[in-house]
Write a protein that binds this ligand. Structure first.
Ligand SMILES: [Zn+2]
Length: 469
């Protein structure tokens, strides 16, 4: 029995690992690489394994960097079940459809401009076929997916229905427990629960997106957002918030509702300008059973509050275009979260050169994305092929990330029982190295950072390096 590491071992996106045990092959996640055009070209490469030989997939959560290559896997011959939480299936319906639509759109654009790779990665129909292969599991339900391989999903709190995965693997008289973190949320975030405890484990794969830093604490982050809104000159400009459609957008709506009076939001027009975020918000709304205690209580008291009359859900393109006429008084939440496409680009074009406008960036910004350029303080950026001076006021809201920071990851790892081998995945190189030293000092353990193609023998915890074979 062994696990082989592929995607997200050198970067944050493109999560994918392969478990082999009892003669079966199980894939953990199958995500898209996101970032620059060169990075994203990797998605078209052949898989480093034969898709038809995969027996099952276990999917931690719906985010496209964990699920986005699944339709491609199906196209290339995978016919088995994809096990994931019921809520993730609902989110994947919209996420994978959107991913297919974006890819079809890009392909049309490239064909028009005579560029290569003019085929879409996959079509909407292909994305839908992939979703039909998904089978729902609830948190805490132990499911034997193949002889000798049992899966339990536990709440990761990262987005709705997100899970970390516990796999109990039995080969002969040896049973080993492998825990795969997926993506983990910050503790005490709104709406969803904190990550569940790890419990016993022999091997833990832990993400490290923010393994090298600490977020601002959540309360001061919320206070900071409030300050920006309250002190912004409503008569002068707009506030743009690039947001991931699933997770961040719902948290922002929640915070705006919670602080509606305090932040004097009745003076603003709030736009959720993303069809996907609107659909995802509805799915969040229908799954109250997955919320934390505080959010449920808040919902029960909603009737006592004033309705948010100035919240506009602009799903249609013509509704979105009308926002362009507003030069002031608008708070616009739009995708994509890393500003590498989507409606936020149109809003940036109209507002980025205006010093009276504000841009609030929260969440991880991958290298090569426009969001990263903005966070790094670029004075000039390109939008739809044209240069724009960055004159709007930029605010980096670190405390609103859907990923836990170093302290959150440590807290989660402390909930382990036994002495599992910790493997650091899903992070940029510097974050992983820094997190490795931190864990060594804090927990007196020796985590490993696997490279693509490295394999860990689960019976002995011995790592076989791809470079030596
Ligand atoms: Zn995620």
């Amino acid at each position: 029995m062994e696990i082989e590491f592929y995607g997200a071992t050198r970067r944050v996106t493109g999560s994918c690992h392969v478990l082999r045990a009892n003669g079966f092959t199980v894939l953990l996640d199958c995500g898209l690489v996101q970032g620059s055009r060169d990075d994203e070209a990797l998605n078209r490469e052949p898989f480093p394994f034969e898709p038809s030989e995969i027996d099952a997939v276990v999917l931690s959560h719906g985010h496209i960097d964990h699920s986005g290559r699944l339709p491609l896997l199906v196209n290339r011959g995978f016919r088995g079940p994809i096990y994931t939480h019921h809520g993730t299936i609902e989110l994947c319906e919209i996420l994978l459809r959107d991913s297919a639509m974006l890819s079809e759109h890009d392909a049309r654009f490239m064909r028009k401009h005579g560029q290569r790779a003019a085929e879409a990665l996959y079509t909407v129909e292909e994305a839908q076929r992939c979703v039909r292969q998904m089978e729902g599991i609830r948190y805490g339900e132990r499911r034997e997916i193949l002889p000798g391989i049992a899966v339990t999903l536990r709440d990761a709190g990262h987005i709705l229905a997100s899970a970390f995965v516990k796999l109990e693997i039995t080969e002969g008289d040896v049973t080993r427990t492998l825990v795969f973190s997926g993506d983990l949320v910050q503790f005490d975030s709104p709406i969803l629960n904190d990550p569940d405890v790890i419990g016993n484990a022999d091997v833990v794969l832990v993400e490290s997106t923010y393994g090298d830093r600490l977020h601002k604490d959540f309360d001061s982050t919320v206070a900071e957002i409030g300050e920006i809104i309250k002190t912004s000159c409503r008569e002068c400009g707009n506030i743009l918030i690039p947001a991931f459609s699933i997770g961040r957008s719902q948290e922002l709506l929640y915070l705006l509702g919670e602080h509606y009076d305090e932040w004097e939001l009745e003076k603003w027009q709030v736009f959720l300008d993303s069809p996907m975020a609107i659909e995802a918000s509805r799915i969040y709304w229908h799954h109250e059973e997955l919320w934390d205690e505080e959010a449920r209580l808040f919902r029960r008291n909603l009737r006592k509050m004033q309705p948010i009359g100035n919240l506009h859900l602009t799903g249609k393109i013509e509704e979105s275009m009308k926002i362009n006429d507003l030069h002031q008084g608008a708070i616009i939440i739009a995708g994509s979260g890393m500003c590498n496409g989507g409606r936020i680009i149109h809003h940036l074009k109209r507002n980025i050169e205006r010093p009276e406008c504000h841009i609030l960036i929260g969440g991880f910004q991958a290298a090569g994305t426009l969001g990263r350029e903005l966070v790094e303080g670029r004075k000039e950026v390109r939008l739809h092929g044209r240069s724009y001076r960055v004159r709007a006021q930029l605010h980096t809201i670190g405390g609103l990330s859907a990923h836990g920071d170093r302290a959150d990851l440590l807290r989660w790892l402390k909930s382990r029982e036994g002495s599992p081998q910790v493997m650091i995945v899903h992070g940029e190189d510097a974050a992983k190295e820094s997190f490795k030293w931190f864990l060594h000092n804090e927990l007196a353990i020796d985590p490993l950072i696997p490279q693509p193609g490295d394999r860990l023998d689960l019976a002995t915890n011995e790592l076989r390096l791809a470079s030596t074979e």
